[in-house]
Write a protein that binds this ligand. Structure first.
Ligand code: ZN
Length: 421
């Protein structure tokens, strides 16, 4: 079995363990090149923001503030938010593995649909057999941090540890090295992106958000409101191929997806995981091959070297060795010919990496705001924060950047108020 002393405490902010020489050595390799960007002020539990003075020019591509996903610092890989293939709904579920998610996974299997699962490292440690099912069923396994805190509010070493140990637990439980991750609440800037880039992990955000985490009775929105969110995205079929954010945090979000799926399927030609919809056939460091888009679209789910339910085993001795994008055979990284390695000052013509010049780097991503300060005090919804809090949380900052920044501009208090269920 996996030893408890190999991992940080579940659901607590990760740190590099005292006895972990490997993690320490890896961190020491990358730490000097991490961009010098301020750690954001967060609430005490790092689930919301404190008062942050941040320039309107968005120098660090801080998504929570501006919606930016094209880095402005060099040697940082930009976020994925869309499928490359046309008429495709990029299906993603956050915050698993959820203890009762078989209903969702059975449904996906029956419908011949795969998804990208963003798993919380602490939950993988606590629910290893549920986690294994994702890989056996052919879903993408990406991770979603160790403890589901706002990443920009953590120190460099904490950010590293959140990424490192969530990758490590997936390796030991499932035998694969995830090469993709999604920041909790979408909270990422070029400092956090750099650390993920150095570990060879692509940041995957989303273009469309169902806001399903907020469905009643655990959330505050009636089912009809979440139906409308889904239908708004459904109505964009033919004009975009979004990566769509949804959750497996409760039976309510699972039932909502199952209910809406026939409409999604009718509107979009394809419903596919991010690997398939972006043409990634080797989503892990290990030699596991996923179907091409054309095969998937034709219903040919020809996986290679995928473990079966009987041969997948937790392996406490599995070695976790993340590597940079340029050493990966496949993965979610930028295309090799235009990829910027870790060499200083590299710039990219592909748009996949940040340029050393920030001029115009993300003008289309920036949401204008006349305020540069976010405050998260006084939320009436924050008392949901318990030890298993991560399951209660979601990525509502999508809504934050797209809809509520005007509220910030008006000086209204938002922060965590919007996203705790
Ligand atoms: Zn989440």
């Amino acid at each position: 079995m996996i030893q408890d002393n190999e991992f940080p405490r579940p659901n607590k902010i990760a740190h590099i363990l005292d006895n972990d020489q490997e993690a320490r050595a890896l961190y020491n390799e990358i730490k000097d090149n991490i961009p010098d960007i301020a750690v954001r002020k967060g609430t005490e539990d790092h689930s919301g923001f404190g008062d942050n003075d941040y320039p309107e020019s968005d120098p660090d591509c801080w998504w929570s503030m501006s919606g930016c996903h094209k880095p402005k610092h060099p040697n940082v890989v930009r976020d994925l938010t869309e499928c490359k293939e046309q008429d495709t709904w990029g299906l993603t579920f956050d915050d698993g593995p959820y203890c009762a998610h078989n209903k969702l996974y059975d449904f996906l299997k029956k419908e011949n649909v795969r998804a990208t699962m963003f798993y919380i490292g602490s939950y993988v440690l606590n629910n290893p057999y549920q986690a294994q099912r994702a890989l056996v069923d052919g879903h993408d396994v990406c991770h979603h941090s160790w403890s589901h805190k706002l990443m920009t509010t953590l120190t460099n070493e904490q950010v590293f540890a959140e990424l490192y140990y969530s990758g490590k637990v997936i390796k030991k439980v499932m035998g694969v090295t995830p090469l993709c991750w999604r920041p909790p609440q979408g909270d990422v800037d070029d400092r956090v992106r750099y650390i993920a880039t150095a570990l060879g992990m692509r940041t995957i955000l989303w273009k469309e958000d169902t806001d399903d985490w907020n469905i009643q009775p655990s959330g505050s929105q009636p089912t009809q409101a979440i139906d409308q969110n889904y239908r708004k995205i459904i109505s964009k079929a033919g004009s975009e191929s979004p990566v769509v954010l949804s959750h497996e945090i409760s039976m309510h979000t699972i039932n909502e997806f199952i209910k809406m799926f026939p409409e999604i399927k009718k509107a979009y030609k394809n419903v596919a995981p991010v690997s398939v919809c972006t043409g990634v056939q080797k989503p892990y460091l290990e030699n596991v091959t996923y179907p091409s888009f054309s095969d998937y679209a034709a219903g040919q789910f020809n996986y290679q070297s995928l473990p079966s339910g009987t041969d997948i085993k937790v392996d406490a001795n599995a070695q976790y060795k993340p590597v940079a994008f340029d050493q990966q055979d496949g993965g979610f990284g930028p295309s090799k010919k235009s990829s910027a390695s870790s060499s200083a000052g590299a710039s990219s013509s592909s748009g996949d990496t940040g340029s050393s010049s920030s001029a115009g780097a993300s003008s289309s991503d920036a949401v204008s705001s006349s305020s540069s300060s976010a405050s998260a005090s006084g939320s009436s919804e924050r008392q949901a924060n318990q030890d298993n809090e991560a399951s209660q949380k979601s990525e509502n900052n999508g809504a934050l950047s797209q809809r509520a920044l005007s509220a910030w501009a008006l000086g209204l208090v938002v922060g965590s108020a919007l996203w705790l269920a």
